[in-house]
Write a protein that binds this ligand. Structure first.
Ligand code: ADP
Length: 237
């Protein structure tokens, strides 16, 4: 479970995140929605341990990992991030991209090879394992980013508008894959969504953020009653 309690972050005089609290249970997806510059990426970076909060805490399965005074390094958080630009390693093949992420794990070489195969099978990339990222289509690159993110068996997955550059069909495919994986791996996922429809399709719960603050939060059932007009009204606050 991811629990964020009253977290705030300043960059100079800009308050990027203000007193935000939220929680995500294992096996659930929380969508985060809000206009550009409202603090979504900063919130994810705070949870990942890439930024230190000025106030508030982050807890992962009831273990405090971030506060103003104390920070557990990102590598010890069992957490993966997928950013918009995917950040694949261009000089490594599909298999090597995934295997490299596993290199910190104390697996035998044969176990590692099996694990790479298993992950590539889950994201339907096994046949393309010898290709380099530039030899993949947009959707295949997205799948590789997911494969790499889940290779280290994370308990928590943070996704920052990961499927924005895809056409509708591929986006749907990637959303379905993410939903299947969270069930299979029982991860707690925070997903920065592009719009209300995407959030309603993917998420168990939703928070809407504006000017660094949570202006609305609710479950999937609550989301159904939200219109585009309501959403725009939250953003004018
Ligand atoms: P979003 O992801 O919602 O587009 P961000 O979290 O990237 O928003 O940014 C929130 C605010 O914090 C913006 O005003 C942005 O300019 C500012 N900001 C983000 N990162 C930094 C930084 N490293 N230094 C200074 N200002 C930053």
């Amino acid at each position: 479970m991811i629990q964020v309690k009253k977290i705030s972050k300043y960059f100079g005089t800009v308050q990027a995140v203000r007193d935000v609290s939220l929680s995500v249970k294992n096996g659930e997806i929380l969508a985060v929605l809000g206009p550009s510059g409202c603090g979504k990426s900063t919130l994810l970076r705070l949870i990942a341990g890439l930024e230190r909060p000025d106030a508030g805490t982050v807890e992962l399965d009831e273990r405090m990992v971030s506060s103003r005074a104390e920070m557990v390094p990102p590598v010890f958080r069992r957490l993966s991030l997928i950013f918009q630009d995917l950040a694949l390693w261009p000089h490594m093949t599909v298999s090597e991209n995934v295997a490299f992420t596993l290199s910190r794990n104390s697996l035998l070489r044969s176990e590692k090879a099996d694990r790479v195969k298993e992950i590539l099978r889950q994201v339907y990339l096994l046949d393309l394992c010898k290709r380099y990222p530039h030899q993949l289509s947009g959707g295949e690159r997205q799948r590789l980013a997911i494969a790499r993110a889940i290779a280290s068996n994370p308990l928590y997955l943070l996704m920052d508008e990961p499927f924005n550059s895809l056409d509708m069909l591929l986006k749907q495919e990637m959303m379905d894959l993410t939903m299947a994986l969270r069930k299979e791996c029982q991860m707690a996922i925070i997903y920065v969504a592009h719009d209300l429809e995407e959030a309603a399709y993917m998420a168990d719960n939703l928070v809407i953020i504006n000017h660094g603050k949570v202006v609305w939060s609710g479950s999937r059932a609550d989301m159904i009653g939200l219109t585009k007009g309501d959403f725009m009204a939250f953003l004018r606050r």
